[in-house]
Design a protein around this ligand. Structure first.
Ligand code: BGC
Length: 610
């Protein structure tokens, strides 16, 4: 299939206007023209192609893409809506309710405001949480809208409406609506209006009561060009001048032009037009001055990087884009139960931030420090968390309601960096994560090498000073006891205590020392300089040992210490070049920082599902 212009089915609902015909190129006999169903596989209004076939007839499975196969029917419906009058107050049920009671999917939707008259607005959600009784009373007294948020809208804004959220489009709004492919609506209130025969439209108050979310509504927005995500649609707004995009085997793309005009791979596109780009089409170009709404189907995963100090997490799509991310303290002193609860609440707050539910996400991937039994989802032993034989996956699954996959944190970071970061540049790499501990991940010929039963690559526990500093693993002198952030902080504190005149005391409290402190004072304080030089010598020595064993193309450093950039990398490279076997005669091993910086862990964790 080629890129196809879409010919929508138009609807003449009474509340509609004429703008879609006048200004958005809709050719229809219907007046008014309330809605145009731009991308629709729905029997109530299927979209057609220029040859008269419906899109549903013309598109093969591979045109739609792999992700569509996961749904029993086409997941998304896109419309333009021109509201000349107020639409009724309504609510859509969740999938769970709709599947159990209506033999249909529920409906989550979103509105992109294409155009709005002065003062036009929408009702969306409750201003404050209400009880069922208050809700019923307000319906009976015909003052329900007093309880809602009223948003005066402007062109370019976007509103996400999770199923269960009470809402109404007000007069004067012209909207591009992207919704789950369902026609299930419960009308709650119609302002007491009557039709030509003096009849009020049917209301579905009882059902609406069962599905309405009565909590205070909080509007959330995603960052960048992302407008809204759910299992059923991934929607971006893109301002186009001259750009190349592409589709792969996973998903088709639908492009709706909401401003301006131009060309899509040579075909003319102007405001109000929509095009279908089949999956696997490959590259296509958008030229001109326009704004488009791009809708695709993506999969999402929660990636968690469990560290000794912080738990980092993110929701990541199957192309490696971070939708939202955040971090919370690990609180490992509280024991495993507290840590698992913290992970679960991070997962839930990420879902909330992205306006998603567990239903939108495929699973949770997590990097955990220590020896991990990935098959059983258990931590066999973790020196830095003080855990043994802990079924972490089972506990987390019970709390979040999503399946969990785990692996060693540094192996996971190496996987993330290979898949989404420097993997394009190198085939053989070793990753060292410099955090609470020092983790290791080995990539051989583009593949993660984890050793027997994935228990391998504990590179931080290679001894570099026999009889040296005590390690939490029981041995002395491990690389971790000199090159971790913990070690750097310990040595900085020791240096300050030994030198009361050190400029580093300017920070005030010694407990404020972090991995940055000695680097900040490197040029002005002898004690700080010694700490950093020693750190670099130790890290460089450890890296030279690893380089002699594997001779990778690069050693990738991850963890917060890497924020020091060249101040860290250049001198470490010098130690390595000095010490590596055969010196500069052999192929150079490059020391680089993780391209994904601190996100390698969460991206790799999500990649456990990809
Ligand atoms: C643990 C490793 C872990 C590393 C980084 C070390 O102390 O033994 O399993 O990968 O810290 O967190």
């Amino acid at each position: 299939m080629q890129i196809e212009k879409l010919y929508p089915e138009c609807k003449d609902y009474l509340w509609g206007g004429t703008k879609l015909k006048e200004n958005y190129g809709k050719e229809t006999d219907k007046t008014p023209c309330a809605e145009s169903w731009e991308l629709s596989f729905h029997k109530d209004g299927p979209t057609k192609l220029s040859d008269g076939r419906t899109l549903a007839e013309a598109a093969t499975e591979s045109d739609l893409g792999e992700h569509v196969k996961d749904f029993s029917f086409f997941p998304v419906l896109i419309k333009f809506i021109d509201a000349k009058q107020d639409l009724s107050v309504q609510v859509h049920p969740s999938d769970e309710y709709a599947l159990n009671n209506e033999n249909s999917f529920g409906k989550t939707e979103m509105w992109y405001i294409v155009e709005a008259e002065q003062g036009a607005g929408i009702y969306l959600g409750f201003r404050e949480s209400v009880t069922k009784e208050e809700y019923e009373k307000a319906i009976a007294e015909k003052r329900l809208t007093d309880l809602f948020n009223f948003y005066e809208v402007k062109a370019g804004e976007c509103y996400f409406i999770p199923s269960g959220t009470i809402h109404a489009i007000g007069k004067g709004c012209l909207i591009c609506e992207i919704q789950q492919n369902s026609n299930l609506t419960y009308r709650v209130y119609d302002y007491g209006r009557k039709d030509a025969n003096g009849n009020e439209r049917e209301l579905h108050v009882e059902k609406a009561l069962r599905v309405t979310n009565l909590e205070k509504f909080e509007r959330t927005a995603l960052g960048g060009d992302l407008l809204g995500v759910s299992k059923y649609f991934n929607v971006r707004k893109i301002s186009v001048k001259n750009e190349t995009f592409s589709t792969n085997e996973k998903t088709f793309a639908a492009v709706c032009c909401v401003k301006g005009e131009g060309e899509i791979d040579g075909q003319r596109i102007s405001v109000g037009d929509s095009y279908f780009i089949p999956a696997n089409y490959g590259k296509y170009t958008l030229k001109g001055e326009m704004e488009i709404i791009m809708t695709e189907i993506r999969k999402y995963y929660i990636g968690i990087d469990l560290g000794g100090t912080f738990i980092k997490g993110g929701i990541i799509d199957d192309e490696g884009n971070i939708i939202v991310n955040d971090k919370v303290p690990t609180e490992s002193d509280g024991g495993s139960e507290v840590v698992v609860r913290n992970i679960a609440s991070l997962c839930n707050s990420l879902l909330k931030k992205a306006n998603m539910t567990a239903n939108d996400v495929e699973g949770i991937g997590m990097g955990v420090p220590g020896m991990i039994d990935s098959e059983r989802g258990e931590v066999i032993y973790s020196n830095n968390l003080g855990w043994e034989d802990f079924s972490i996956s089972k506990e987390l699954e019970a709390l979040v309601g999503l399946p969990v996959r785990i692996a060693n944190d540094a192996n996971v970071a190496a996987l993330g960096e290979t898949k989404f970061g420097c993997g394009k540049d190198y085939n053989n790499t070793v990753m060292l994560t410099l955090g609470t501990g020092v983790g290791g991940g080995i990539i051989i010929n583009g593949k993660l090498f984890e050793g027997n039963r994935s228990a391998g690559a504990e590179l931080g526990h290679a001894v570099i000073v026999a009889g040296g500093e005590q390690c939490t693993c029981g041995r002395r002198g491990c690389l971790e006891t000199y090159a971790s952030a913990t070690a750097l902080i310990r040595d900085t504190k020791r240096a300050m205590l030994a030198d009361k005149n050190s400029k580093m005391w300017e920070i005030g409290d010694i407990e404020k020392v972090n991995g940055k402190t000695p680097f900040d004072y490197y040029d002005v304080d002898e004690s700080a300089r010694k700490v950093v030089d020693n750190y670099i010598e130790m890290l460089g020595t450890g890296i030279a040992n690893i380089a002699n064993m594997f001779r990778p193309e690069a050693v990738i450093l991850g963890g917060g210490v890497c924020k020091q950039g060249d101040a860290l990398i250049k001198p470490v490279q010098a130690v390595l070049d000095r010490d590596i076997y055969a010196g500069t005669k052999g192929p150079q091993v490059k020391v680089v920082t993780a391209m994904l910086e601190n996100d390698a862990g969460i991206m790799g964790a999500a990649a456990l599902w990809m």
